[in-house]
Unconditional design. Structure first.
Length: 172
């Protein structure tokens, strides 16, 4: 019952914000998500095309891409959010449509998919240059630290409670 009330409240707030003539916001989110089973499937030959495709998905939601980067098994995205778009809606669309795009454009044995879920973290405007630099330097960063180490550190730094059983699906 409380969940239903919360959903109705969120819908009403989004409807109100969507119809307000002068809505101003400053919402920055850092998203992190991985390839299914953390397989290294994001290939250098088409990584830039993937990032451009995701940029289009993000701008279709009237959000602004500030930075995108990653390595072969996961992606980081930094956005300026539109207050009428939920994190869940944005990520569901970005992940669903990009997986379909990858499967259409870059055939490989089996089917490409993203691991279920994602991490999302909010930042202050003053943090944006450091977060963007961190995202742009993923290749160098992962020479020293694994994705799992990186992700657990971010969760710990933000004080996010987690159950490790539900964060990582090991490579099969």
């Amino acid at each position: 019952m409380i969940y239903l009330f919360y959903e109705i409240y969120i819908f009403a707030v989004c409807l109100y914000l969507k119809n307000m003539a002068n809505t101003y916001s400053q919402i920055y989110h850092h998203y992190i998500f991985a390839v299914q089973h953390r397989e290294c499937l994001i290939l250098p030959e088409w990584k830039d095309e993937l990032y451009k495709y995701m940029t289009g998905c993000i701008s279709n939601h009237k959000c602004k891409l500030l930075c995108i980067g990653g390595v072969a098994d996961h992606i980081h995205i930094l956005t300026g959010m539109n207050p009428s778009v939920s994190c869940a809606t944005l990520m569901a669309d970005v992940k669903r449509s990009s997986a379909l795009w990858i499967n259409e454009k870059f055939y490989r044995p089996g089917v490409f998919s993203w691991q279920e879920g994602y991490g999302v973290f909010s930042y202050d405007r003053s943090d944006i240059p450091n977060v963007a630099a961190y995202i742009q330097n993923q290749v160098q960063h992962h020479k020293k630290r694994t994705f799992q180490e990186e992700y657990l550190k971010i969760l710990q730094d933000f004080g996010v409670e987690y159950d490790e059983r539900y964060i990582f699906h090991p490579v099969l």
